[in-house]
Design a protein around this ligand. Sequence first.
Ligand code: GLA
Length: 389
Amino acid sequence: MHSNKILHAIALALPLAIFGCSSNPFIPSNNTSTTGNTLPSNASLKQKYADHFLVGATADSGSYITHADILKTHFSSMTTENEIKFELLQNVEGEFTFETADKMVDFAKANGMTVRGHALVWHRQSPDWLFHNAEGEPSSKEDLLAKMNNHIATVVNHFKGRVDAWDVVNESIMDNGAFRTEKEQADDQKSWWYGITGEDYIAEAFKTAHQADPQAKLFYNDYYNYIPERRQAIYEMLKGLVEKGVPVHGVGLQCHVNTERSLNPAHQSYQQTIANLEQAIQLYASLGLEVHITEMDVSIYIGGNKYEEKDFYTAGNIPEELKVKQAERYAAFFEMFRRNSDAITSVTLWGIADDNTWLSEFDSGRADFPLLFDSEHKPKKAFDAIMDF
Ligand code: GLA
């Protein structure tokens, strides 16, 4: 048995031992959804995949309550969508606000879920006091690393023993394989981390997190891993860290995809094929790293608003064939995940049900329906597809 799998088996067995069978959080005690939709007694995602990997979902400060039934019934892992990001925990320097995150993590733990902490170091949703001093000049390298280390040490220590895996560094690499810098064109693409410290912040962030909680699994997380230049650059970076003995234990593949193979037909290299993603998984696993799929959703649109689609759907008018397409896409990915479950120990959906998804907020005015449960919390064709094989 792969050592990851042994840990996984222990993780699954522990709640059984602690809680006993009757209140085992991995066996749904209540199989009725919030809308009164009755599920077959064996229709639990987490049980279906228990021999392969944990199945997770992200929740936010509202949905962990409003969608609690689905979370408890189907998911063995939970990620906080925003509540553990830098600006939510330390928006004002030195003032940590853990209250909401604590409640969410406690909920997950009370229901036997593994918790993924997302994310310690990222270029977005991070306060500007990190990167600039009072005069508006860029922070010195020493200053930025000191602020980063203080944040990581405080946060990881606070959640020690409750957060099982951390996305320590999120999205350092660009599509062309270069490190993300402060010179990127769009504001939300700029990263001062690299601009100020070069690559050094990455290794240092992992070391500081490891010191704060030596038991926690530490991940590097990124997106579009199917683009060859990106995939290779992430691999090279991780290889360098592993060779230097930096405590990195795994890699997170976000996996925001759509029902087609390509994000934008104009970009032929952006092929979201199963084979391209599988190649990334196997490449990273060859470094001895554990793989988590961390943010999966399957948009029903091919691109953003600016692309070619004319039809924007509502919950009531999604064509049947699009639902089938989405279901087939989910099934194809999950089939590949299962095939690689020696390396993959966790698969997380970015959201719980279609009434609460970042994709509907991101492209404002256009509702998207990318998850396994519909806007009324009922299981969709996509759910059936990954339960059926
Ligand atoms: C990235 C981040 C997530 C989330 C999503 C969607 O993938 O890693 O934290 O913000 O974008 O917004």
